[in-house]
Design a protein around this ligand. Structure first.
Ligand SMILES: Nc1ncnc2c1ncn2[C@@H]1O[C@H](COP(=O)(O)OP(=O)(O)OP(=O)(O)O)[C@@H](O)[C@H]1O
Length: 577
């Protein structure tokens, strides 16, 4: 939590002003019962109306002053807390942008969304509360007790006796509540996760008529959030009755002993009224405390979650810090895998085992294999989205871990398996690959990706707005748009992860023909023999092992599995032809 406060430094003037205004407001408020005692003892009881007017006037002016200071304090506190949350959110966002893929996966998208929104809001609330009330509550309590002691020591001491049990109770409560709020925020992550999956998969859910199941799944996740929220609120709600019980006992004691002291002459009516008034003010301040316990516990849990993101160590990206793509050597596109083995952080299972192959600039490499055989995992090692556990991936003879990641990724055009388009125009989506691309270059990339003519038939051509994730395009159109976006970068290495699956045979052939003319090294993950037959190198994967490599003719001779795949697509006769 303290680390979060470093973000307040930029807004220190507003924060100090908020505290200062609050202190004036507080001082004025605390002296008011003293003025009331004066009105009663020196004015009303002495029958002196001029004293009543004098202290009444002071009371009215001080109330107006306290009111004005309260408003000013809120204004400055809001300025400081909103500024802090803006900066914090921006810093978190930048941090998340810099995450390597594996660190990103460690947190998971729904949790990052909660941390960047709800958790930052909690920290913002806490800063506002701290400036407005957190310091005010102890000051009101201490100030009221001191003033009560000044007015009448014996009666004031009764107020002091209530403090130790209250302190122990609040510390115990806060500790317990922080642990419970951690769980509540995790439940919120889960709810966000279900919503996200549901909205992304809405089409599938409709077609599979899974609406009722999805509503049930959401209800169950949301129900757990509610249950845990209720549990923690039930706990914190008990703060208030406990405070009231304790303080009311204190007031009864003040009235009981005060009556005796008035009759013996060791206390005046004004003093008893003032001490009761100070007790009531202490109750008022402490009733805010029950609410502050909730805010503080919840915000502490949130602050820890935010801090986890800020403190996440990312060795892979740390190496990139301070480097820029500008002064790195241009990449030619030779890729080598040298005894590479790999597994994901989240699982012990070997995804790739002992993979070795060598490619040269400008070659076309087809990767083929059963689903789950490790094709996507293999190509993700080239832009260093993940790092191998053993062995090395080299580009132009240099281990990718030694290459400037910006320069490496700047030289790669990557078309992932899942559709990733953004809301915006067709032109913006293609130029997303290279912001400074001219309209001619956008059109050239579209032509190469065999999508130029289709774009021409859209209502506004290149200026047609795409819905979120490109909902108003067909699967094949989306794939080609993503290929155009990769080509506009003029990459040295092009990676197509099953990106031609939705293309008809003729369009795919035209695309492959076009790719041949480009000088980049092209990796194509595919299930179709039509895409592999003209490749310079075919890599055949099976359960994470590279079981065969070579050209089509070689594999037809040497690999039983490759022949079987061929037969399944072209028939027995063709295989023996
Ligand atoms: N992010 C991940 N975390 C953990 N395991 C993963 C992850 N991604 C993939 N895997 C596992 O790695 C193995 C290889 O997956 P990969 O996606 O590389 O296969 P693939 O050959 O590309 O499959 P497909 O043709 O179906 O796309 C699978 O067993 C899969 O369950």
């Amino acid at each position: 939590m303290l680390k979060m406060l470093s973000f307040l430094y930029k807004y220190r003037i507003a924060a100090v002003a908020a505290l200062l205004m609050m202190l004036i407001e507080l001082t004025v408020e605390i002296t008011q019962p003293y003025f009331i005692a004066k009105i009663i003892d020196d004015g009303i009881r002495q029958d002196d109306i001029s004293v009543v007017w004098l202290w009444g006037g002071v009371l009215t002016v001080s109330t107006a002053l306290a009111f004005a200071c309260g408003i000013a304090s809120s204004f400055f506190a809001a300025h400081a807390s909103l500024g802090l949350s803006y900066d914090l959110r921006e810093k978190l966002y930048r941090k998340v942008q810099s995450f390597s893929y594996s660190v990103f996966n460690r947190f998971a998208a729904p949790s990052l969304i909660t941390r960047l929104t709800a958790d930052v809001n909690q920290v913002q609330d806490l800063v506002f509360m701290s400036l407005r009330f957190m310091t005010r509550v102890p000051l009101v309590v201490i100030g009221s007790i001191l003033m009560a002691l000044i007015v009448n020591v014996k009666l004031g001491l009764l107020l002091v006796l209530t403090v130790p049990p209250l302190f122990v109770f609040v510390v115990w409560m806060t500790r317990k509540a922080i642990r419970m709020f951690h769980l509540v925020q995790q439940r919120l992550d889960n709810v966000n996760g279900v919503i996200q999956e549901n909205l992304i998969g809405i089409r599938l859910i409709r077609v599979f008529v899974r609406m009722a199941n999805e509503i049930g799944r959401f209800g169950a996740t949301s129900g757990k959030l509610m249950q845990d929220s209720v549990r923690v609120l039930r706990l914190t709600e008990s703060t208030m009755p406990f405070i009231f019980l304790l303080m009311n006992a204190g007031i009864i004691a003040v009235l009981w002993f005060g009556r005796q002291d008035i009759s013996t002459g060791s206390a005046t009516v004004g003093e008893v009224v003032a001490v009761v008034n100070y007790s009531l003010r202490t109750i008022g301040a402490l009733s805010v405390l029950s609410w502050l316990v909730v805010v503080y516990s919840r915000s502490s849990a949130s602050a820890e979650r935010v801090q986890e993101v800020l403190a996440a160590e990312d060795g892979m990206e740390a190496a990139a810090a301070g480097q820029s793509a500008q002064n790195a050597c241009p990449i030619e596109g030779a890729v080598e895998f040298d005894k590479v083995s790999f597994e994901y952080e989240t699982s012990e299972l070997a995804v790739l085992s002992d993979i070795s192959f060598q490619t040269y600039p400008g070659e076309r490499i087809a990767i083929i294999g059963a689903t789950g055989s490790g094709k996507s995992s293999l190509i993700q090692l080239i832009p260093r989205l993940y790092e191998p556990r053993e062995g090395a991936v080299r580009v132009d003879g240099t281990d990718v871990r030694q290459l400037n990641p910006f320069a490496l990724r700047g030289a790669i055009g990557y078309v992932p398996q899942e559709i990733t388009l953004f809301s915006g125009t067709v032109r913006e989506n293609i130029a997303w690959g290279r912001e400074d691309a001219t309209m001619e270059e956008v059109m050239e990339a579209a032509r190469q990706a065999q999508i130029h003519e289709t774009i021409g038939s859209l209502s506004d051509g290149y200026h047609t707005m795409l819905g979120q994730r490109g909902v108003n395009l067909s699967g094949g159109q989306k794939q080609r748009l993503m290929i155009a976006r990769a080509l506009i970068r003029r990459p040295a290495i092009l990676i197509l992860d099953d990106s031609t699956s939705a293309l008809d045979v003729r369009t795919e052939a035209a695309l492959l023909e076009e790719l041949k003319m480009l000088s980049c090294t092209t990796f194509i993950i595919t299930q179709k023999i039509s895409s592999t037959s003209s490749a310079d190198l075919i890599l055949l994967l099976d359960e994470g092992r590279l079981i065969a490599q070579g050209k089509h003719e070689e594999l037809m001779q040497t690999s039983e599995l490759y022949r079987r795949i061929y037969q399944s697509q072209y028939g027995e006769v063709a295989a023996h032809a």
